[in-house]
Design a protein around this ligand. Structure first.
Ligand code: FES
Ligand SMILES: [Fe+2]
Length: 316
């Protein structure tokens, strides 16, 4: 082999992935870590009178809202004979299976077995449809898929609690910050690690296809990284208006939070929104965002376009 042969692609080893970091199923190391936190499973409006199939951390579930307004998240197969609750009927007290009519509340309690001699008796009271806790906040429904005795409180975030006059919180499910696609066909970590990659911004978003955000973001930043118990914080310094310095702080907060200020630099001050990088399974993810806005639909405007095209269309 001569020196000029070094680096031949023929020597490449087959690709592998780091299972400890990327697998999200129950019983896997990362899957269990993720199951110690709350994750969004839909917009508040997704929990309604029609059962909605959702997938998160590799688990298929049914999201609904009972007639009393409580969101519910249950295992999709009825614990009686395995019929899908996707065809269930939503009632005042819960979801009713279409096969023999067992009625389950949002915590899986069986409330009625209409075909049994004693429809609400001891047998009924013993049965529980597998379920997960679901709670609403910031226009999203959050679920906890972990061991019940380890359930943390559903967190609150300052940037979604402290409002300026006229501001309110809205949620978006279009995977803002993900390049235009809603359900991305790759592992969630490939997106999450990019949150603290500030050097690609002036290259990929600032020059290759013109300034995708605003001219200001095309300047090459001076970056300081800080590592803490919550994650990684990157502070990017760029020349700002009137000789001032534009200081932009981006954070990847464990386990899945992306705290990324609007790259269109619509305002200076506290970050406007938080995104949750939600692993759907080992090879797909999506992003839910909640943010402070003054007009309904304002969050969707974060979606950057260049000459009217979404990122995914730029090379099409
Ligand atoms: S299969 Fe659901 S009630 Fe029988
Ligand atoms: Fe980017």
């Amino acid at each position: 082999m001569s020196a000029s042969d070094i680096g031949s692609a023929y020597a490449l080893k087959p690709p592998t992935s780091n299972a400890r970091l990327t697998e999200v199923g129950r019983g896997t190391p990362m899957g269990e870590l993720l199951r110690r936190y709350w994750h969004p499973v839909g917009l508040a409006g997704d929990a309604g009178a029609t059962p909605r199939p959702v997938k998160i951390l590799g688990e298929e579930l049914i999201l609904f809202r009972d007639g009393q307004g409580r969101p519910g998240l249950v295992y999709p197969r009825c614990c009686h004979r395995g019929t899908t609750l996707y065809y269930g009927r939503i009632e005042e007290r819960g979801i009713r299976c279409c096969y023999h009519g067992w009625l389950f509340d949002v915590e899986g309690h069986c409330l009625e077995m209409p075909a049994e001699p004693d429809p609400t008796g001891a047998q009924c009271q013993r049965v529980r449809q597998p379920w997960y806790p679901a709670q609403e906040r910031y226009g999203l429904v959050f679920a906890y898929l972990g061991p019940p005795d380890k359930k943390p409180v559903l967190p609150r975030f300052e940037c979604l609690e402290v409002m300026a006059p006229g501001e309110f919180v809205e949620a978006d499910d279009s995977s803002l910050g993900s390049g235009g696609i809603v359900i991305a066909p790759c592992n969630w970590l490939q997106h999450f690690e990019n949150v603290v990659d500030p050097y690609h911004v002036p290259i990929l978003h600032g020059s290759f296809s013109g300034a995708q955000f605003v001219e200001q973001m095309a300047a090459f930043p001076k970056v300081k990284f800080e590592y803490g118990p919550m994650g990684v914080k990157a502070t990017s310094l760029r020349p700002g208006p009137d000789g001032k310095t534009f200081r932009r702080v981006t954070e990847a907060v464990l386990p899945t939070l992306r705290v990324v200020p609007n790259p269109r630099v619509a305002q200076y001050g506290m970050v406007e929104s938080i995104g949750w990088t939600v692993p759907i399974d080992d090879t797909h993810y999506r992003v839910y965002v909640a943010g402070r806005v003054k007009e309904k639909g304002e969050l969707a405007k974060f979606k950057s376009r260049y000459n009217g095209k979404a990122w995914a269309e730029l090379t099409a």
